[in-house]
Design a protein around this ligand. Structure first.
Ligand code: FAD
Length: 389
């Protein structure tokens, strides 16, 4: 096996949204950066594929709102730099039982952080959001900053800009070993590389990559059924008809969120999914065939989104990598400070791509990160993880 003679400042492993934006941030700062991806790009085997994701400030925790305040600016910066549109503002309708903790916390955080919002009443709901039913006892507030990110385009843009800044992207190069040290050695199926630091952003494969470094995180990989529902009257839920993205914080049949996006990427089809799935192995994703989530969604669609056919027309798959508290892991390896980990994005990480890229870049350069990363430390898992941390 040949060894690349070049000593990189950083090797980023995994070209999903987090790895691509980390590599982009490093190259933009003039660092000699290699981005390695196991599959031929683009691919649909991880968590970052598909045409759309929701972007929003609506969160329970204020730290996410503050991260998003900067992240909106970073998305706009990438759009300007590359001359492409990545974000379309639609508003995000948040609904939930008026007195529930899940709904009131999101609403209170939005108001406390002075995010632009509009509160809807039962009386004016249908004039603002036609073709949708607000369940009895539910409240509704619109996060006006919410909208759609064009996911595939965003991923390609981050990778293209990375290359424009001089970064080296090698796909179809699966990393099979990482040897820690002052200079880290990374071995792929094709070559051996060396770098001053390494960032691991391997999504559902994070623990497989961490194994040679002696660390395992409490991550659970879930297969998600990505369901598309057909409009009975074409155009009734289209983005151009001002239908927003939406989140239902909870419902009788499930304490898991249900979320949806207007029809856009597939004409006449609206994406509505449950914010959970069933455990799977990322190398055998489709062996998992549980569809109990689809039954929950069918019942929801038939009662609350009556303009859609209550059987999904298309079901695709994607994966979440969940931590026990659903907060991310953004930290240095406990034993090897020049190995940085971005993992456990728990089904809500896409919108943060540019800010996560910036923070992982700062960690890999040994800098003090520009946000307080205490909610994202590995230490919080002490006593939970499968090996000593
Ligand atoms: C159905 C669905 C809907 C979602 N909706 C939203 C949303 O509306 N808003 C939002 O903000 N987020 C959303 N998310 C979450 C978001 O998409 C993820 O948090 C994000 O894509 C995670 O990115 P990642 O880079 O960590 O992982 P990935 O995209 O999985 O990237 C990891 C990469 O590492 C590569 N890799 C792994 N092992 C190796 C190896 N050994 N060698 C080389 N390469 C390797 C993989 O092939 C992969 O390309 C959603 C996710 C899903 C599945």
């Amino acid at each position: 096996m040949s060894t690349d003679r070049e000593l990189f400042d950083c090797i980023v492993i995994g070209a999903g949204v987090q790895g691509s934006f980390t590599a982009y941030s490093l190259a933009k700062r003039g660092k000699r950066t290699l981005l390695l991806e196991q599959f031929v790009l683009p691919h649909s085997r991880g968590s970052s594929h598909g045409q759309t994701r929701i972007i929003r400030k609506a969160y329970v925790q204020e730290f996410y709102v503050h991260m998003m305040e900067e992240c909106y600016k970073l998305w706009a910066e990438v759009e300007r730099e590359a001359g492409v549109q990545l974000y379309r503002q639609t508003g995000l309708l948040v609904m939930g039982p008026e007195n529930s903790e899940s709904y009131t916390s999101v609403k209170n955080t939005l108001l406390k952080c002075s995010a632009p919002t509009v509160s809807l009443t039962r009386e004016n709901f249908s004039s603002h959001i036609p073709n949708m039913v607000l369940s009895p006892g539910n409240g509704a507030i619109v996060d006006l900053t919410g909208g759609v990110l064009f996911a595939d385009r965003a991923l390609k843009t981050a990778q293209d800009q990375f290359k424009k800044y001089g970064g080296v992207l090698r796909d179809q190069e699966k990393v099979v070993d990482i040897k820690p040290g002052a200079v880290v050695t990374v071995t792929t199926l094709a070559k051996t590389y060396r770098a001053r630091s390494v960032v691991i952003t391997a999504g559902p494969w994070a623990n497989k990559l961490l194994a040679p470094t002696g660390l395992q995180l409490p991550l659970e990989v879930l297969r998600i059924n990505v369901c598309y529902w057909k409009e009975k009257t074409p155009g009734s839920y289209h983005v151009n008809n001002r239908f927003p993205c939406f989140i239902l914080t909870e419902r009788e049949q499930t304490d898991q969120q249900i979320y949806g996006l207007p029809s856009n990427e597939y004409p006449g089809l609206v994406k509505i999914c449950l914010h959970t799935g069933s455990p799977t192995d990322p190398d055998h994703r489709d062996r998992q065939r549980d569809r109990s989530d689809v039954d929950i969604l069918s019942r929801y669609v038939s009662c609350c989104v009556p303009g859609l056919d209550p059987e999904p027309a298309i079901v695709e798959s994607c994966m979440y990598t969940n931590t026990p508290d659903h907060h991310f892991v953004l930290d240095r390896h406990p034993q090897h400070s020049n190995i940085v980990i971005g993992a456990g994005f728990s089904g809500h990480g896409f919108k943060f791509g540019p800010i996560i890229g910036k923070l992982l870049c700062e960690l890999s350069l040994g800098e003090v990160p520009s946000f307080d990363l205490s909610p994202f430390r590995i230490r919080r898992f002490e006593g939970l993880s499968r090996s000593a941390l």
